[in-house]
Design a protein around this ligand. Structure first.
Ligand code: FES
Length: 586
């Protein structure tokens, strides 16, 4: 059954108020006096003479280690804003450190987006520079910008430099999984594993694989929301600060031109992002984030669009987790524009960028400087690298798999299910020598969807049983209603929808059932008669995990979150409320 397009809500046409900030600062009445006076604090009087005020939505936080350098980047943005005749305003936003935030950062993406949207609308700003890095920060900022619909430009914080361990490059994220599996397989002593810890994070910046942060920076560029050629600039590279300065200048120009998300972004922009996603072998998390951003704009985008638009797009980038290199190499080799030039014929020629010109017009000078990192179209790493969308009696609303990161021989597979009802259940039993699993088994992990966990954690690449690792097994088919880290790899079917907690058939699978995966046929099925499946009740152990009382954000989230196939946004956040200035209480 094909996925329905997103239930996009109509975006009300909202004229941009002429210089929003003037509605706070212009005039000689008491309110204008209050607004100006409290903001003076050293600002010159001409800061309030009608020039645009530009927010820097800044996801810097000591508790988001990938973003700790963003305050320095913000200083460069500020200089650019001043130079172009605007007034910069630093606006700290909810920041999410992927490795730290419990129970999972994705639980808070929509909250971060909602808070940023509302603070932009509530304050005297005319445009915004979106400053993010770690996984959820750029998606949440783009969702916010789409819904407040103010002129916006993204400054991606950039990846960290390549670390090395024992003479080998170390990719953060991907090599954690590899090294920890080596420990579990008895191939790497634990002290050596611990010794690698300080080598993994060599510098400021976000993960240096083509994980979710790098992918979303590239998605922001493919959508046209960054200065073209900027995404992937390493965090310590001085060109990042130069680009941040230019982005500050550009934000002022965008206000003058009135170019904002609703006028910049189109279906073609999202098509370009999907093609870029396939060509770079990007993270499956981009599927959920792009669906959510599109729905904020009222742009129709479905799960099937990823399969359709990505079909036949070659994998051109040899980066971890699917390949060998890291983001520093990607940038040195030419970056995203060099990749896009190779697939230019597939791109929408009209999709705009923040420069006011179409993306394709920025490709003429793009060069590949190292074909070992970025391949030419006639020598791809894989002929077809798009995300595959699967349907069947296990995933009526769809599931996704990234064939480029999978074991090719497992893409058509029939195996006996070994079912885990929760992450805790999996951790409790996966190392049990008595676990009844062999290399042909299909590991099923449920209770990890948006509502079930709640927050859809990155656990779909569950670890393999040690007994099989010791026998040299390095991949098995795994199925989950959660997500997978963009730095992970394997034959992993994820984002299964509806999730088990929403009554999806994943909750009905029993250990011992046979599951059939056929990626070429785009099918995911449980091999039992329909009548038997219909007569089953969900596992009591699984249901017990969903029964915990919830309050606050978790309550709101569970009651309103949409399924992964719809972007996992909250149902009442779809669409836009626009930039209109609201009532004044003074
Ligand atoms: Fe921040 Fe990977 S943990 S990008």
């Amino acid at each position: 059954m094909p996925a329905k397009p997103m239930p996009a809500q109509p975006v009300p046409a909202q004229p941009v108020p002429a210089q929003r900030s003037a509605q706070w600062y212009a005039g000689t009445d008491r309110n204008a006096y209050i607004h100006r006076a409290w903001m003076r604090r050293g600002l010159p009087a001409h800061a309030f003479d009608g020039r645009p005020h530009i927010a820097i939505a800044n996801a810097a936080s000591d508790l988001a280690p990938c973003n700790t350098h963003l305050n320095e980047v913000a200083e460069s943005v500020k200089q650019g804003v001043w130079e172009a005749g605007g007034v910069p305003m630093n606006l700290p936003v909810v920041s999410l450190g992927e490795t730290l935030v419990k129970p999972t950062a994705m639980l808070w993406r929509n909250m971060a987006a909602m808070a940023t949207e509302e603070m932009l609308r509530a304050n005297p700003v005319d445009g915004v520079v979106l400053l993010g890095g770690c996984d959820k920060t750029i998606p949440s900022l783009l969702m916010a910008a789409a819904s407040v619909d103010l002129p916006a430009v993204v400054v991606p914080g950039g990846p960290m430099l390549t670390g090395t361990f024992r003479g080998q490059p170390l990719g953060c994220g991907t090599d954690v999984w590899k090294l920890s599996e080596q420990v579990r397989a008895g191939e790497l002593p634990e002290p050596a594993f611990i010794a690698s810890e300080s080598s993994m994070i060599r510098s400021r910046g976000h993960c240096n694989t083509m994980g979710t942060a790098s992918t979303m920076a590239c998605m922001a560029e493919a959508l046209g929301t960054t200065i073209p050629g900027f995404a992937g600039t390493p965090a310590p590279d001085s060109r990042l600060l130069e680009g941040a300065h230019a982005a500050g200048q550009l934000a002022v120009e965008l206000v003058a031109e009135g170019l904002r998300p609703s006028t910049l972004l189109s279906q073609g922009s999202f098509r370009n992002a999907i093609i870029a996603l396939a060509a770079i072998g990007g993270s499956t998390n981009a599927v959920v984030h792009l669906l959510a951003i599109a729905a904020r704009l009222g742009i129709s985008l479905s799960l099937d669009d990823f399969d359709r638009a990505g079909a036949g797009v070659p994998l051109l980038v040899d980066l971890q987790p699917a390949g060998r290199h890291l983001m520093e190499d990607f940038h040195r080799a030419g970056g995203l524009l060099a990749v896009l030039r190779e697939v230019q014929d597939l791109l929408d020629p009209d999709a705009l960028t923040v420069t006011g010109k179409p993306l394709v017009q920025h490709l003429a000078d793009a060069e590949i400087w190292d074909t070992g990192v970025i391949r030419r179209r006639d020598a791809p790493l894989q002929e077809s690298a798009g995300i595959a969308v699967l349907y069947g009696n296990l995933a009526p609303s769809g599931a996704v798999i990234k064939p480029a990161a999978a074991t090719q021989s497992l893409l058509r597979h029939r195996g006996r299910a070994v079912v885990f009802d929760s992450i805790e259940d999996m951790h409790h039993r996966i190392d049990d020598p008595g676990l009844d699993a062999d290399e042909d088994s299909v590991l099923v992990l449920r209770g990890c969807g948006p509502k079930g966990y709640p927050g859809m954690p990155e656990v779909a690449n569950l670890p393999l049983p040690p007994s099989l690792l010791r026998r040299g097994v390095r991949d098995m088919v795994r199925i989950c209603d959660g997500r997978m880290s963009g730095t992970a790899y394997g034959t992993v079917v994820l984002h299964v929808a509806p999730e088990a907690a929403a009554g999806g058939p994943l909750g009905l699978v029993q250990t011992g059932d046979y599951v059939i995966l056929d990626v070429a046929a785009r099918r995911l099925d449980i091999d039992i008669p329909a009548a038997e499946l219909a007569g089953r009740k969900p596992s009591a152990a699984m249901l017990a995990g969903f029964a915990a009382p919830r309050r606050g954000w978790e309550r709101l989230y569970i009651d309103h979150v949409l399924q992964a196939s719809q972007g996992a946004d909250l149902d009442f956040l779809l669409g836009s409320s626009g930039p209109a200035v609201t009532r004044d209480s003074h």
